[in-house]
Design a binder for this molecule. Structure first.
Ligand code: AMP
Length: 209
C-alpha cells in the first residue's frame, strides 16, 4: 500500500503513522523527522532547512522534493510506504504524481486527519517527545511516566508563535491538497478529535482494514 497522511500540525499524524506502518508493514517516510535528523547531524541540507523550520516556515519545495525522491528510490519503498508530512504543497504533490507515473505506480489512499485550529495550539505547546522511543506525550492529556520525564524533549518549533505560523502555512499552502486528492477519488477524511485509539479505529474503518 502507498499511503499519504495529511493534517495540520498537532493533528496526531506522527502517532497514527507509527501505528499504521506497523500494522500494514510500510516504510515510514516523515520529512519532518528527516529534516530534524539533518539539522542534528549538521549536514548541508540540515543547515539550509534549519532557519525555515525554526520560524515554522516550509522548507523550499526543491529541497524537499529532491530529498523525498531520493528516499522513495530505495529498495525498502518498493513494496509500500507511508508519507507523513509530504506533500505539503501542490508543487510537491505534482512532483510526486509525476514521479509515481514515471515508475508506473500511484498513491492508493490519502488520509486527512482533521482537527479544529483552536485545539491545535493547546496540543502542540505542551507536546513532548521521548527521544529514546519516539513516543509522543502531552503534559496534560498524555503525561509520560515519571521515570522518563527528565529525558523528554520539546521541539524547537513547538512554541505558540511557531505553531501559529505553521497553522497559517497549513491553511495557505497545504489545504489545497484536499481538493487535489479528493478530485482523484483517493481522499479519506477522519475526525482527529479524541483519543489516539479512537482516531486509529476511524482510520481503519475508512481504509477498510
Ligand atoms: P513536521 O515534523 O512534519 O511538523 O515538520 C517540521 C518542519 O519541517 C515543518 O514545519 C517544515 O519547516 C519542515 N518540513 C517538513 N516536511 C516538509 C515539507 N513536505 N515541505 C516543506 N517543509 C517541510
Amino acid at each position: 500500500m502507498r499511503m499519504i497522511l495529511v493534517g495540520p500540525p498537532g493533528a496526531g499524524k506522527g502517532t497514527q503513522a507509527a501505528r499504521l506502518v506497523t500494522k500494514h508493514q510500510l516504510t515510514h517516510i516523515s520529512t519532518g523527522d528527516m529534516f530534524r535528523e539533518a539539522v542534528q547531524n549538521k549536514t548541508d541540507l540540515g543547515q539550509k532547512a534549519e532557519e525555515y523550520m525554526k520560524r515554522g516556515d516550509l522548507v523550499p519545495d526543491a529541497l524537499v522534493i529532491e530529498m523525498v525522491m531520493e528516499r522513495l528510490g530505495r529498495d525498502d519503498c518498493a513494496t509500500g510506504f507511508m508519507l507523513d508530512g509530504f506533500p505539503r504543497t501542490v508543487v510537491q504533490a505534482d512532483a510526486l504524481e509525476a514521479a509515481m507515473k514515471q515508475a508506473g505506480m500511484s498513491i492508493d489512499v490519502v488520509v486527512l486527519i482533521e482537527v479544529p485550529d483552536d485545539l491545535i495550539v493547546d496540543r502542540i505547546v505542551d507536546r513532548r517527545m521521548d527521544p529514546d522511543t519516539g513516543e509522543i506525550y502531552h503534559l496534560k492529556f498524555h503525561p509520560a511516566p515519571a521515570e522518563i520525564a527528565d529525558r523528554l524533549v520539546h521541539r524547537k518549533d513547538d512554541t505558540e508563535e511557531a505553531c501559529r505560523a505553521r497553522l497559517e502555512k497549513y491553511h495557505g499552502e497545504t489545504s489545497p491538497l484536499i481538493p487535489f486528492y479528493d478530485g482523484r477519488g483517493i481522499l479519506k477524511r477522519v475526525d482527529g478529535v479524541g483519543s489516539p485509539d479512537e482516531v486509529s479505529a476511524r482510520i481503519a474503518q475508512q481504509i477498510g482494514s
